[in-house]
Each structure stands twice: as structure tokens, then as C-alpha cells.
Design a protein around this ligand. Structure first.
Ligand SMILES: Cc1cc2nc3c(=O)[nH]c(=O)nc-3n(C[C@H](O)[C@H](O)[C@H](O)COP(=O)(O)OP(=O)(O)OC[C@H]3O[C@@H](n4cnc5c(N)ncnc54)[C@H](O)[C@@H]3O)c2cc1C
Length: 228
């Protein structure tokens, strides 16, 4: 099938995108990598009157390692950029371990971290990684910016706390302590398929080799990723 007719805008700045979204809130959809949205449009599961393409907004993409070891990742950062980033490998071993499990290389070349989080598929890897890492998400609207903890962002099946006039702009991953260990495991029928279920784990080991805090996030298990 083909999508229903829609108008198309490709703003060059976040401010412009927010103004267009605010003026069309409810009828517009944001386009990031299009790897989930385009199939949704083609199946006519959604028929927005307007697509707002975020791909020309350079300020929304990029991976910045901060002096304290934390990572700030722009929402339009491609999954493949995260997968191949030396900064991600160094600063967040769990995020690095999860990336190759997301779909196929061709999809990771286009798909973005912001699109994956906003789409909130319960079987997706990145929401669970964000939960296990206590990531914080920045949401911009015409009246300013608010920051939400990942645990407050995913509200239900394919649902998030994003309001109709908000754009997810950045994801902040706190510093990864030297004694923390990462584990990532998923089960899928074929490599590249969505997982049937999986787990993202961040485990703190003390000086005596004992396990302290264990952050266990499950995906594909319920309608939202779950953190124990
Ligand atoms: C064959 C196939 C296999 C796949 N396998 C997996 C898999 O194993 N694991 C996995 O996690 N994903 C998988 N995906 C999905 C893929 O990772 C998508 O890229 C991702 O879910 C959406 O990212 P996107 O950038 O393409 O977003 P889009 O498809 O452009 O957008 C998705 C949704 O998010 C909204 N959105 C996008 N960006 C923002 C933003 N900055 N602020 C607010 N809302 C925004 C859009 O309006 C839309 O509703 C697969 C996709 C395909 C086609």
C-alpha cells in the first residue's frame, strides 16, 4: 500500500521545527530515520496531514563525551554512528554491546536513537538500555525544555510521555563507573529480527568482588521495558 497524501516540511533549525509542530500539533508527525514511521504510513496505521522532516537539523545529531565521562547523544544520531563510536565504546559498554542487535546494518544506517525511543516498541533494545543506565531524555517545546528520567518516559505500549508539541532532542547517559560491568542478551528467531525477549544489565562490583547494585532491564516481556 501507499501512504495517504500528506504535506512535507523540512525545517533547518529546531526552533523552526517546533513552531511548525506547534501550529499543527495532532495532525503532524516527525520524520527521523523513517524505518518505523514509513511502514506505519504505508500500512495506513497513521495518516498525518503533515510530515516534519528532522534530517536537516544538524544540531540534533552527534555524540559528545563530557569531561565527567557522561555521554550526550543527539536524538538524530544514527544507530550506526553509535555502533561505531569510540566514545560510546569507552564511555558506555552497555550501549555499545546493544547496538549490533538492532535490526540490520542497512536499517541502522538510517534509524536514529531518538526515533527508536519515541517509537517505544516494547521489543526494542534502546529503551531497555536507557532504563538500565538511568539515562535522562531532553524534550523541547516552544515554551522551553524539560528533562525526564527514562523510567518516566515509557508510559505504555508504543506510548511515551512526549506531548504533541514536543521533540526529543538529546539523551544523557550518566558516567559509567570503572567497576561497573555490562551484560546484554536477547533471543530472536533470526539475527536482525526484533527480539522475542532480552535483557540489558549494568552490575556494580565492589572492591571485594561482590555484586552491589544490579540494574536489570527487560524488553519484549511486557508492554513497556521493565527495570528491576
Ligand atoms: C526490518 C526491520 C527490523 C527492525 N528491527 C529492529 C530491532 O531489532 N530493534 C529495534 O529497536 N528496532 C528495530 N527496527 C526499527 C528501527 O530501529 C527504527 O529505526 C526505529 O524504531 C525508529 O527510528 P527512526 O529514526 O527510523 O524513526 P522514524 O521511523 O522516523 O520515527 C519513529 C517514530 O518516532 C517519532 N520520532 C522520531 N524522532 C523523534 C524525535 N526526535 N522526537 C519525537 N518523536 C520522534 C516519529 O514521529 C515516529 O512516530 C526495525 C525496523 C525494520 C524496518
Amino acid at each position: 500500500m501507499k501512504p495517504a497524501a500528506f504535506d512535507y516540511r523540512a525545517p533547518a533549525s529546531l526552533e523552526e521545527a517546533l513552531a511548525i509542530l506547534d501550529a499543527n500539533a495532532g495532525g503532524a508527525k516527525l520524520l527521523a530515520g523513517g524505518q518505523s514511521l514509513v511502514p506505519v504510513l504505508n500500512f495506513r496505521l497513521a495518516s498525518p496531514s503533515l510530515l516534519i522532516d528532522l534530517n536537516r537539523i544538524a544540531a540534533l545529531a552527534g555524540i559528545r563525551e563530557q569531561p565527567d565521562g557522561s555521554l550526550v547523544v543527539g536524538a538524530m544520531t544514527r544507530n550506526r554512528a553509535l555502533e561505531t563510536s569510540a566514545a560510546v565504546r569507552r564511555a558506555n559498554p552497555l550501549l555499545h554491546a546493544a547496538m549490533p542487535h538492532i535490526a540490520h546494518a542497512q536499517i541502522r544506517n538510517r534509524g536514529t536513537i531518538g526515533g527508536s525511543l519515541a517509537h517505544a516498541d516494547p521489543a526494542a533494545e534502546l529503551p531497555a538500555v536507557c532504563l538500565a543506565c538511568d539515562a535522562r531524555l531532553s524534550l523541547a517545546s516552544p515554551v522551553g525544555e524539560r528533562t525526564l528520567a527514562a523510567r518516566d518516559f515509557f508510559t505504555g505500549f508504543f506510548s511515551t510521555a512526549l506531548k504533541a508539541n514536543e521533540i526529543l532532542t538529546r539523551i544523557h547517559f550518566p558516567p559509567w563507573p570503572a567497576a561497573r560491568r555490562a551484560g546484554f542478551l536477547e533471543f530472536s528467531r533470526r539475527h536482525g529480527d526484533f527480539a522475542l525477549a532480552g535483557v540489558a544489565l549494568a552490575l556494580d562490583i565492589d572492591a571485594a568482588g561482590r555484586c552491589g547494585d544490579a540494574r536489570i532491564a527487560l524488553f519484549g516481556a511486557e508492554d513497556v521495558p521493565k527495570r528491576d
